[in-house]
Design a protein around this ligand. Structure first.
Ligand code: DAV
Length: 398
């Protein structure tokens, strides 16, 4: 059964003004956003893709099911404060509909003991212009998560006659969508083995069994989409995105230094037109750097995170420090404790907006993960007119 999360507090804003769906990049002035909710947040039951993402020494290993109530209550408290902060910047904030993720999640082909949550819409859907596209997802525990956004998207679709509502083909996620024994227990604990595999673009998801992508692997920079190939997004997924958006230029990126490559938003993060922040442990490959250089984009290294380890029951890395939300050309939301990042942003001419968020990380990430754009000002700019050194995306070969 679906349950509207905190209907009274969340829906007033959503009904205040008619929706227009429009967002082409990650940094134009933000006016309307979906902010996830922590209700029923669960430690996902393991499937082949999620198993490889959870670090071997994580306190999440070997457990699954509903997260402790105190952590859900705390996340809700922080979420409300953040929503207020966003509203104070003139941004409309909507909430998804919580489902019971603590229940068994099944398809005719497989089942897992429980799901994940709807705290992090960035993984599930992306807005490209006037279109909201739902990704396939690649963890079995997250297969049904799209239903949490149906109420909102149906509302947007009714209110905005130009809005396009699209859903990528739901994947089968059979066992043979994944490489069998990609990392055994021994290899999982071996950093050198993991790094060698990602260096060779050898990921747990098979490349052409069926298209797979999480929306958070896609970096939107106007006419160009940069999509990370890794555990959650395969080459067929990237090829599918290119065919779906024929007027865009899709580029595939992968980052050899990322031992658990899911989602691009702790790895390469745009701060404004012409400026990206890069994770120094996961540098951009030289052949991928060219298109940025050819078009006058600057890539700066992110500073070391303030923390040495993630908070309890969190499978994301400490590089959630970089998982910021750009509100406009001046303001960037940062975790309050990430002082090195705030200092770097100040030096780059931004005004960091510190928000207390670390206790929300366990639910799937920081500010960028917890949100999904509905409206940013502006249109589809061509930031990369020089495509001379474009690396073509892979195509299927027999
Ligand atoms: O560095 O653990 C997490 C991304 C979550 N959306 C990381 C990436």
């Amino acid at each position: 059964m679906l349950r509207r999360a905190g209907l009274r507090s969340f829906s007033t804003q959503a009904q205040a003004k008619k929706t227009v769906v429009n967002s082409w990049d990650e940094f134009s002035p933000l006016k309307h956003i979906i902010l996830g909710v922590p209700h029923n947040g669960s430690i996902p039951a393991v499937c082949p893709a999620s198993n490889c993402k959870i670090p071997h020494d994580s306190d999440m290993r070997g457990i699954h099911g509903r997260r402790p109530q105190h952590s859900i209550d705390r996340a809700l408290e922080l979420r409300e404060k953040f929503a207020e902060k966003l509203r104070s910047h003139g941004i409309r904030v909507d909430a998804p509909t919580a489902q019971d993720y603590t229940k068994r999640q099944a398809s005719p082909m497989w089942d897992v003991d429980n799901g994940f949550g709807c705290a992090v819409p960035r993984d599930t859907l992306m807005t490209i212009g006037n279109e909201i596209l739902f990704s396939t997802m690649s963890f079995r525990s997250r297969w049904w998560e799209y239903l949490s956004y149906r109420d909102l998207v149906l509302q947007y679709w009714k209110e905005d006659p130009n809005m396009k509502w699209e859903e990528a083909p739901k994947p089968r996620l059979y066992d043979d969508s994944y490489k069998p024994n990609y990392l055994d227990e021994h290899d999982l604990a071996d950093e050198a083995v993991r790094l060698e595999k990602v260096q060779n673009r050898d990921f747990v998801t098979k490349d052409w069994h069926e298209p797979l992508f999480d929306a958070a692997d896609c970096l939107r920079l106007g006419k160009d989409l940069f999509v990370q190939n890794g555990f959650t997004t395969n080459q067929a997924g990237i090829n599918w995105i290119q065919r779906h958006f024929p007027d865009h230029r899709v580029h595939a990126l992968d980052f050899p230094g990322d031992q658990y490559p899911i989602h691009i938003d702790c790895t390469l993060v745009p701060l404004k037109a012409g400026l990206l922040m890069s994770n120094p442990n996961r540098p951009v490959r030289p052949e991928h750097k060219k298109i940025f250089e050819d078009n006058g984009w600057q890539i700066v290294d992110a500073p070391k995170p303030a923390w040495d380890s993630p908070p309890p029951l969190c499978y994301s890395s400490v590089w959630l420090s970089m998982n910021t939300l750009v509100l406009d050309e001046k303001h960037i939301v940062c975790e309050a404790s990430e002082l090195p990042l705030q200092e770097s942003l100040k030096q780059l001419g931004f005004e960091p907006v510190p928000v207390d968020w670390r206790d929300c990380y366990a639910f799937g990430g920081s500010f960028h993960c917890w949100t999904a754009d509905v409206y940013r000002e502006g249109g589809c700019n061509d930031y990369f007119p020089n495509q001379e050194n474009r690396v073509p995306i892979a195509t299927y070969k027999e």
